[in-house]
Design a protein around this ligand. Structure first.
Ligand code: AP5
Length: 216
């Protein structure tokens, strides 16, 4: 299965990618997680990305595309792209890359959600930086505040989830990423889901709609 999850910050792309990777036997490829890991390890890529990410801006297209090109070699049997592509230029490069590999994209899932709920979700998000597991202080809290249920290690809040940076990321999404909705709709790949439902209902809707899209 080769999927792209598309939607604004906080819509639940990462949450659903983690749930569905097991079901489809493929891995989540989160460009945000890869960039954050590079930032933490102080790699050259992390140093380039840092200023952009702290401001809530996108890293340059060529950086994102090169990173995905390298990463995709590890996923010959499929993937769930979470956070890529994010601009028309990235989408065109990705199309070319898939064509070179002879891979067909099954569907692009659009997560539809209202702006106010997104800011609230982001301000309540806690993440395990070691595994990527995502919690929410209101809707899906860990058993002990700040501690991961599974590995017992500390949970962290992302720097870019501060309200002013989250607002900026939403504006960047509207300007640079939202045009991808039409891009993929014209190619007959888009399925939209209501991301305001509880997590399990969103999962059910994705599974039902991907099944129909993949069979078409
Ligand atoms: P990235 O890490 O990709 O962030 P994002 O796209 O802004 O998405 P988020 O991770 O914030 O949200 P999500 O939709 O995954 O929501 P989640 O499941 O966590 O990118 C970060 C930065 O990296 C960018 O700003 C940019 O600088 C750079 N970057 C990355 N990719 C790039 C690219 N391709 N090109 C250029 N730059 C790039 O859920 C959010 C919260 O809501 C959680 O607390 C969760 O528990 C809760 N929640 C989820 N679903 C539900 C539900 N149904 N009901 C209630 N609560 C829910």
């Amino acid at each position: 299965m080769r999927l792209i999850f598309l939607g604004p910050p906080g819509a639940g792309k990462g949450t659903q990618a983690q749930i569905l990777q097991e079901r489809y036997g493929v891995q989540q490829v989160s460009t945000g997680d890869i960039l954050r890991a590079n930032l933490q390890q102080r790699t050259e890529l992390g140093t380039i990305a840092e200023t952009f990410m702290r401001r809530g801006d996108l890293v340059p297209d060529e950086v994102a595309v090169r990173m995905v090109e390298t990463e995709l070699d590890r996923h010959p049997n499929g993937f769930i792209m979470d956070g890529f592509p994010r601009t028309i230029a990235q989408a065109e490069s990705f199309d070319a890359l898939l064509e070179r590999k002879g891979w067909r994209l099954d569907a692009v899932v659009l997560f539809e959600a209202g702006r106010e709920a997104l800011i609230a979700r982001l301000s309540g998000r806690w993440t395990n930086p070691r595994t990527g597991r995502i919690y929410n202080a209101t809707t899906s809290p860990p058993k002990r505040a700040g501690i991961d249920d599974e590995d017992g290690g500390p949970l962290v809040q992302r720097d870019d989830d501060k309200p002013e940076t989250a607002e900026k990321r939403l504006a960047v999404y509207e300007k640079q990423t939202a045009p991808l909705v039409d891009y993929y709709r014209r190619r007959g790949k888009l399925v939209a889901v209501d991301a305001m439902q509880p997590v399990d209902r969103v999962t059910e809707e994705i599974v039902a709609k991907i099944g129909a899209a993949a069979a078409a």
